[in-house]
Design a protein around this ligand. Structure first.
Ligand code: SAM
Length: 292
């Protein structure tokens, strides 16, 4: 049975370390989504400049707040005496001589899909950041889409996702889907490693995969909503040829479509899953030009 809020906690510390190492963090700012009991957060805190961790569960957020503000926050808490490191409102790492502005962890209680992410990023001066997360499976695609399309997208994401979802996102040529194209428009995804289900408590019914999604430096100039209405129309009936799907989706005669597909370097018999993101972009540009 699916757990409440996708709460399958990682219980293997070696895997937690491996996930954090995969992010190659050297003082970068990190946004973590769903820190849970903090298994990744503590390793992130050792390497990141600053960690923002957004957790929806009030009680988890409260215990993380206690744990990390006491251990890792390096600034004096509000009203803390900056001259007195034994003031309880100072962090432990400051008491231990670690008092620089590294390793700050801010726990934010909230729903990642509802908070104002651009505002959070601006307030924390987080315009350059990475995301590291063991994502709640019930909203994986929504979170990835949010992070790809937000005003300040991360340069890189290291994400633990359901194995099948990871494989679909990183699909090889010929096996594309709306999901893989929606990631590949903005970024390059790759599978890093798989994590069997017994490494979680409670164990989910599926295995997991850790994937890296690296933001492309130069994005194609395409209106996202127009681009995806083309992609969705192309995938509307999976077994049908692209030309049939587009013709019925946009009410365009097949002969006309065929001319445009030829211009885009496509074959009349191709199916949507055979098109790579570059093919979709060429097709989009040709259709756009023809409609202006
Ligand atoms: N990072 C921890 C780990 O690796 O053990 C927990 C991962 S668990 C798969 C997913 C976490 O996301 C849970 O802590 C859950 O409460 C949190 N979560 C679920 N939905 C969320 C949402 N909409 N916004 C923020 N956190 C969410």
């Amino acid at each position: 049975m699916p757990t409440k809020l996708g709460q399958n906690f990682l219980i293997n510390e070696d895997i937690a370390k491996r996930i954090v190492e995969s992010a190659n963090i050297k003082g970068d700012n990190v946004l973590e989504i769903g820190p849970g009991e903090g298994v990744l957060t503590k390793y992130l805190a050792e390497k990141a400049g600053k960690v923002l961790a957004v957790e929806i569960d009030e009680s988890l957020a409260a215990s993380l707040e206690k744990e990390f503000n006491n251990i890792f926050t390096c600034h004096p808490r509000e009203n803390g005496d900056p001259e007195n490191p034994l003031d309880s409102r100072w962090s432990l790492s400051s008491c231990n001589g670690g008092g620089n502005d590294k390793n700050e962890v801010n726990i934010i209680e909230g729903n990642i899909l509802k908070i104002n992410l651009p505002k959070l990023i601006e307030e924390n001066n987080f315009q350059n950041y990475k995301v590291v997360a063991n994502l709640p499976y019930y909203i994986t695609s929504k979170i990835i889409r949010l992070l790809l399309e937000t005003k300040y997208p991360p340069s890189e994401m290291i994400l633990m996702v359901q194995k099948e979802v990871g494989e679909r996102i990183c699909a090889p040529s010929g096996k594309e889907s709306i999901l893989s194209i929606s990631v590949k428009l903005y970024a390059e995804p790759e599978i890093l490693f798989f994590v069997p289900r017994e490494n979680f408590d409670p164990a989910p019914e599926v295995d997991s995969a850790v994937i890296r999604i690296t933001r492309k430096k130069n994005l194609p100039k395409a209106d996202a909503s127009e681009f995806f209405s083309l992609v969705r129309a192309g995938f509307s009936a999976k077994r049908k040829m692209l030309i049939n799907n587009l013709s019925s989706g946009f009410h365009i005669p097949k002969a006309e479509l065929w001319e445009w597909m030829k211009k885009a370097g496509l074959e009349p018999t191709q199916r949507a899953q055979e098109l790579e993101v570059e093919d979709w972009i060429r097709m989009y540009n040709i259709l756009k030009k023809s409609s202006t």
